[in-house]
Design a protein around this ligand. Structure first.
Ligand code: FEO
Length: 163
């Protein structure tokens, strides 16, 4: 059985993951507006992944006999000045998510809640990957920022992302 304190925190995290999906969807449409079809597709995949993260939290709450509470999703930014701006925002956002996951892990450890610790382990690893991916794309963008051929090539490459 989940303690109320952690049930609430897990529901908040599910909401944060849904907000992430909303954020990446917004980036996807903004990149599409700016003519970066591949990046639009990359961010759409990212949004899908965030929805799956939210579902993972909600499924776990249910399995533990808790109550899933769906809360309102706050509005998100609508525009980014460039792909680099969007990916820098992505990294900043993922760093915030990492802190939230670590805070949840701290709470689960404090409560001696072993099932929640085990579930969160997947997210701890996932965040390492999420930050690393964003960082690598930013590094490429820094090098090719003023080259339209470079941006075109990166856009094509990112468009190949599969689920
Ligand atoms: Fe669900 Fe990108 O963190």
């Amino acid at each position: 059985m989940l303690e109320k304190k952690i049930e609430k925190a897990l529901n908040q995290q599910a909401n944060a993951e849904l907000w992430s999906a909303y954020l990446y969807l917004s980036m996807s449409y903004d990149m599409d507006d700016k003519g970066y079809e591949g990046m639009a597709s990359w961010f759409a995949q990212q949004a899908k992944e965030e929805f799956e993260h939210a579902t993972r939290f909600m499924k776990f709450i249910g399995e533990m006999g808790g109550k899933v509470t769906l809360m309102p999703i706050e509005s998100v930014r609508q525009e980014w000045s460039s792909p680099k701006d969007a990916f820098e925002d992505t990294l900043m956002h993922e760093q915030i998510v990492t802190k939230k996951i670590h805070a949840l892990m701290d709470m689960a450890i404090e409560l001696k809640d072993y099932p929640t610790q085990s579930m969160l382990k997947w997210f701890v690893d996932e965040q390492v990957e999420e930050e690393d991916t964003a960082r690598k794309i930013i590094e490429i963008l820094k090098k090719i920022e003023s080259s339209s051929a470079g941006l075109y090539a990166l856009d094509k490459q990112l468009g190949k992302r599969e689920e």
